[in-house]
Design a protein around this ligand. Structure first.
Ligand SMILES: CC(C)(COP(=O)(O)OP(=O)(O)OC[C@H]1O[C@@H](n2cnc3c(N)ncnc32)[C@H](O)[C@@H]1OP(=O)(O)O)[C@@H](O)C(=O)NCCC(=O)NCCS
Length: 433
């Protein structure tokens, strides 16, 4: 539930000559066209058909031209939507969040604050639905901080050499391996079952149908030399414990096999299943390297590897998180330690978030109360972006203070809140949207 707002957010300031509209399936061709313009993808007919199944129409919003000085009245020039998602938060519960997606402005209408308007619209509508948090994957990572999104989770992208050597993990050998060509009807329930059992903060625990269509999309002619999509499943008896959607590509160097395995989507819920999953994926005949992303910074795989250098990796932004309702968001997650701390929070875009908040944690749950305005005394000072970055436990408040992004005014308060907000494991979202 949203808390009682004391100040209303600013209404989106729509630039002159444009109007905001609901997008429904009867604007599908235009929506696809704008999205293709924004993301520079080929608007081939086959993909357009699939896009219809992927796009969350019930939450689609657009901006169209309202004044002939801007172009043809009624023409769509920008669009966005959001998925109704459920995300695991520290403490193990799953909360409804709004997953901003398919955001695009036609190149001919860029830099006129259409994105700014759409984000404000997204905030307003998400809050009205009772979603206290917005999350996103950024196409370009420099865009979203200005809107108060904090980088809540980072991921590793790895290249694993053939036959990676892992420490023995009890139970791994006893698991059953199934390999099939990917089929959305047969395999979406497996993905769903594994996701529902994941505890890691940032994990999506329920997946909307459109997202399945996105991840099982496998158009002939779009494979870039890779085979059709395959599904690996690891079972303990009849219970799925891990899955991977992957594709192989045959390559030769001087006649020697140097194939690539590309893992598009994967998830696991036990150490034994993780062990078996990567053992199978890194030992497929004719393949030389396995590439994967969405690996948490402390994923069990990283602890199992015997030769650390058999894996090369880069770290990238994973999940950007924006707190839309401070009280609801902070009370929804669990805490690792008790504390009683006041924070002075700034939020330029949602003024009712700004002010002094008291966070009292007792036995793992928080009671959060607004007790003052910006400028009133508080133990700590920080912005909504930093609170978002710390929310899933992926960034300690102390590390943000080391970067001068959190201001400690009462000695000891930073450590107390930082300890309370930490997560025993690093957050990651393993399903992009
Ligand atoms: C990114 C995109 C949506 C921006 O749309 P827009 O209508 O031009 O954005 P706005 O005019 O509202 O710009 C808002 C601010 O973001 C900044 N910005 C926009 N795109 C940016 C980018 N790629 N990198 C860094 N900053 C960016 C603008 O400079 C502006 O800054 P300001 O508030 O300091 O003036 C548009 O360029 C686009 O469709 N890009 C391709 C698709 C894409 O990347 N979508 C985002 C998916 S997550």
């Amino acid at each position: 539930m949203m808390n009682q707002m004391t100040k209303q957010p600013k209404t989106p300031t729509l630039p002159r000559g444009y109007r905001l509209i609901d997008l429904s399936r009867d604007r599908d061709i235009e929506t696809f066209d704008i999205t293709a313009w924004a993301f520079a993808f080929e608007a081939q007919e086959k993909f357009a058909e699939c896009f219809l199944d992927m796009y969350p129409w019930e939450r689609g919003r657009g901006i169209e031209i309202a004044d002939p000085s801007r172009g043809k009245v009624g023409a769509l020039v920008a669009a966005h939507s959001s998925h109704a998602l459920h995300m695991k938060v520290p403490g193990g519960t799953s909360i409804p969040v709004s997953g901003l997606t398919w955001v695009g402005t036609h190149p001919g209408h860029r830099r006129r604050r259409l994105l700014t308007t759409m984000v404000a619209d997204h905030f307003e509508r998400s809050r009205a639905r009772g979603e206290a948090i917005s999350i996103l994957y950024a196409a370009e990572s420099a865009i979203y901080q200005r809107f108060g999104y904090g980088l809540a989770a980072r991921e590793r992208r790895v290249r694993i050499k053939r036959r990676v050597k892992l420490r023995p993990i009890p139970g791994s050998e006893a698991l059953t391996v199934r390999l099939e060509s990917a089929d959305i009807d047969r395999h979406a329930p497996i993905v769903e079952a594994v996701q529902a059992a994941r505890l890691r903060p940032g994990s999506l625990s329920e997946i909307p149908e459109g997202l399945f269509h996105e991840h099982f999309l496998d158009l002939e002619g779009e494979r870039d030399g890779f085979e059709r999509l395959r599904m690996l499943m690891i079972y303990d008896g009849e219970t799925p414990k891990a899955y991977a959607l992957f594709q192989r590509k045959d390559r030769r160097e001087y006649g020697n096999p140097k194939g690539i395995v590309k893992v598009n989507l994967w998830g696991s819920v036990s150490a034994a299943a993780t062990h078996r999953l990567w053992t199978v994926l890194s030992d497929l005949d004719l393949m030389d390297v396995t590439e994967a992303g969405k690996i948490a910074l402390d994923d069990p795989l990283l602890h199992m590897i015997i030769d650390e250098r058999s894996l090369t990796s880069t770290v990238r932004d994973n999940l950007w998180l924006r707190i839309l309702d401070v009280k609801a968001a902070l009370e929804a997650r669990g805490y690792e330690a008790d504390c009683d701390v006041t924070i002075e929070l700034t939020d330029a875009r949602l003024p009712d978030n700004a002010g002094v908040w008291r966070i009292r944690v007792d036995g793992g749950t928080a009671e959060v109360t607004r007790i003052g305005d910006v400028g009133d005394p508080a133990d700590l000072g920080l912005s909504i972006q930093e609170l978002g970055a710390a929310y899933l436990g992926g960034n300690a408040l102390e590390s943000l203070q080391n970067a001068a992004l959190v201001d400690e005014r009462t000695p000891g308060s930073l450590h107390a809140l930082s300890l309370a907000m930490r997560s025993p494991v690093s957050p990651v979202s393993n399903i992009s949207f």
